[in-house]
Design a binder for this molecule. Structure first.
Ligand code: SF4
Length: 274
């Protein structure tokens, strides 16, 4: 079955998908290993933030709220980073050049997100009668975390980072650690959200009109409208991915030296042009 997570490889370069999934040349990069660690840190961050919200008082200043919400977050990041780093981050990779900077950057990213949450919390505290309960419900709606789904008809499977449930609707959320575009979301991220929407629709028999991408680096949630053109684009991509994966079709590509330079397969790929 095709995994939704492979859409990123396909949209980067169809040949990368071919090398990885057909030729079985799986190259783990630091980027992927860091991404996995960041997901774990983010789950811990949400849990700590929810816990810290319960300790807030109505008469707290914005600064006090900000400090209270961020309590224990730096040590969470340091502990998880140390755990992954001690385990070799990824055993097949060379050591990282500057681990302390990576750790500082992770803390800085969460500080931005915590600042935005503190701002919202400050507002809610001013009008809510049941502050803590209301804040947790508003900022952290009921959700399914890392939820796996399959659609045999489409030969598609995927594990979405989060599905938020609001008033009977299901919203797929993807968490991304890389740089966001200036506006909107990257095309590959939009197609992935559309793929999760299709899987959710099949699983829960509910239409999914909208999904979101959370860009950690800027603490911003961006909307993806799952309209007909995006759905058609997804089906075209899935059809081409099926040809590569199921039929072993070697895709034709337009060489892009910038992409090849940053590609994990540059030392192996005979089409590499850097
Ligand atoms: S090295 Fe270039 S051509 Fe080869 S898979 Fe990577 S991006 Fe594609």
């Amino acid at each position: 079955m095709i995994s939704v997570s492979w859409i990123g490889d396909y949209t980067y370069c169809p040949l990368k998908l071919y090398l990885k999934q057909v030729m079985d040349e799986d190259r783990e990069s630091h980027h992927l290993a860091l991404g996995r660690m960041q997901h774990e840190i983010r789950r811990g961050f949400e849990e700590i933030t929810k816990r810290n919200i319960w300790g807030l008082k109505e008469d707290m200043s914005f600064r006090e709220i900000r400090e209270a919400l961020f309590l224990d977050v730096p040590s969470l990041v340091e502990d998880i980073f140390k755990e992954h780093y001690d385990a070799g981050l990824s055993p097949d990779l060379p050591p990282l050049n500057d681990p302390s900077t990576i750790c500082e950057n992770l803390i800085e990213d969460l500080q931005i997100e915590s600042f935005i949450i503190a701002f919202k919390v400050n507002k809610i505290l001013q009008w809510s009668e049941k502050p803590s309960l209301k804040i947790v419900d508003t900022l952290f709606p009921a959700s399914l975390i890392e939820f796996s789904m399959k659609n045999h008809e489409l030969n598609l499977k995927g594990k979405v980072d989060k599905i938020e449930l609001l008033e009977g609707y299901y919203y797929p959320i993807e968490v991304k650690s890389g740089k966001p575009p200036v506006n909107g979301v990257w095309k590959s991220h939009a197609i992935q959200i559309a793929a999760y929407a299709i899987l959710i629709e099949e699983k829960f028999k509910k239409e999914v009109p909208v999904g979101y991408v959370d860009y950690l680096q800027i603490g911003d949630r961006r909307t993806v409208i799952i309209d007909d053109p995006l759905r058609e684009e997804l089906f075209t991509v899935l059809s081409e991915m099926n040809s590569i994966i199921e039929d072993g079709y070697v895709p034709e590509i337009v060489q892009n030296p910038n992409k090849c330079r940053a590609c994990d397969y540059s030392d192996f790929c005979e089409y590499c042009n850097e």
